[in-house]
Design a protein around this ligand. Structure first.
Ligand SMILES: *Cc1c(COP(=O)(O)O)cnc(C)c1O
Length: 229
């Protein structure tokens, strides 16, 4: 099979998984956005996925995001999502390229992103990442600090608060992620519900069905689309 045919088949499989999971949960499949996670993969593959109708792409590393953004500048409605930890010294670069930042996790980062977005004359969608599993090696704010980080995002006129994001601890059984996805949903309820926080970014290749069952509106899928890294 050619690389293009393989990509088309994989993308189709992921779309079918999303559709099936949404229907099983009694949800409209169109209410779930697929972000194709292209980290470490060449810009050419992104271009092929774009030709297959995919528009939202996620990158973890700011340098890589900037490079690919340049290489793909001719694709008019490609939407970049920054899904990796953002260091404050990268805030200026990331706001110029990303439409949505999934990983705001401190008051300081919210302030820096807001300042840089205002200076660049752009408005950026922001999700607050929560470390629901309390894993020391993972980024994300502690659930107890969520209120102040949300307020810090809302205090920035150039950031638009859209919701929450999480990466659960790894479990071999995808169902193991359920308590963490439900915890994110519960945090949303405690902090204003869907009117304040419409988006829940959760679910990856391994556990997207469980995430959709638990209310995900954005799933971030890499290896099922682009192959193993
Ligand atoms: C790499 C990555 C993904 C995609 O992971 P897959 O298991 O390849 O689907 C999703 N979200 C984040 C934050 C990532 O770093």
């Amino acid at each position: 099979m050619s690389q293009e045919a393989l990509l088309a088949a994989r993308l189709e499989t992921v779309r079918a998984r999303i559709e099936r999971a949404a229907r099983a949960a009694g949800r409209d499949p169109a209410s779930i956005r697929l972000v194709a996670v292209s980290k470490t993969k060449p810009a050419e593959l992104i271009r092929q996925a774009y030709a297959l109708g995919q528009r939202d792409f996620g990158e973890n590393y700011v340098q890589e995001l900037l490079r690919k953004n340049k290489e793909l500048a001719d694709l008019p409605d490609l939407v970049w999502h920054a899904i990796g930890h953002v260091q404050t010294n990268k805030a200026r670069d990331v706001v110029r390229v990303a439409k949505m930042i999934h990983t705001v996790d401190s008051v300081r980062l919210a302030q820096e992103l807001g300042r840089r977005a205002a200076a660049a004359g752009v408005t950026v969608d922001a999700l607050v990442q929560v470390n629901v599993g309390g894993e020391p090696q993972k980024s994300g704010c502690a659930p107890a600090d969520l209120g102040e980080v949300l307020a810090a995002v809302e205090a920035q006129p150039s950031l638009r608060l859209r919701g929450l994001m999480t990466i659960p601890p790894h479990t071999d059984d995808p169902a193991g992620a359920r308590p963490f996805f439900l915890a994110l949903q519960r945090l949303r309820e405690e902090h204003g519900g869907p009117s304040r926080l419409p988006e829940l970014s959760m679910g990856m290749t391994h556990d997207l069905e469980v995430a959709i069952e638990c209310g995900a509106t954005v799933v971030r899928v890499g290896s099922a689309i682009f192959g193993e890294r």
